[in-house]
Design a protein around this ligand. Sequence first.
Ligand code: SAM
Length: 218
Amino acid sequence: MRTTLKKIVKYLVARPSIELARLWPVHVCISMMIRLNEIQLSAEQLKAIVVTVKGKAPCKLLIFGLGNDSVFWLKLNRGGVTIFLEDNNDWFQRVTSRSEDLKAFLVNYNTQRKDWKMLLESLLLLDMTLPSEVAKEEWDVILVDGPEGWGDQTSGRMKSIYLSSRLVRNSGAIFVHDCDREVEDIYCNRFLKHEYLEKEITGPFGLLRHYHITNRYT
Ligand SMILES: C[S@@+](CC[C@H](N)C(=O)[O-])C[C@H]1O[C@@H](n2cnc3c(N)ncnc32)[C@H](O)[C@@H]1O
């Protein structure tokens, strides 16, 4: 009975907690939103992204991977352009049903994490056709938290990390989650230069790297 009641209360306050965190993005509100919405980024990680997005807002925000945080990013960047790329159809349907304003594209990376070494040898293999609304823009802030990359049979983040380096605008920011994993670490070191690394923030679900790309073409 108590568990059911807890679930109902959680359901009722989860959505308002997103609005509260958008209006007042301080530690306590962000932490509450994370707990109630089962978001995987930590409060410190989320805050670092919030500060960057707000500093550029309204901005062009591109996110690889839909998540329980998606509605928050959409609300935070009100008046800007926020687009999500997702490769899991079931998850795509579930998250996009939460808000009709969420603009997301279903994509197919056609990769498996186990092929990361072979893909690293040819930039042609890492390229892919993106929706024109994504490809035609230069993005102020890019968050790479997808596709899944926890096992050899998952898509892996080889393409999303490579593409972020091509799509970001000069002086833009790139955040990559799960950089404590081998493939994310290697691809970040190859395509997002170490000199552009601003900060690393640990979290219970993985390490977040923040890059500030001062000159995209060097
Ligand atoms: C790592 S999660 C994003 C997490 C989000 N940024 C957060 O902090 O909660 C993103 C990827 O996980 C995959 N995924 C599949 N099922 C999922 C689920 N039930 N919950 C969360 N992510 C899921 C999606 O394909 C998606 O691209």
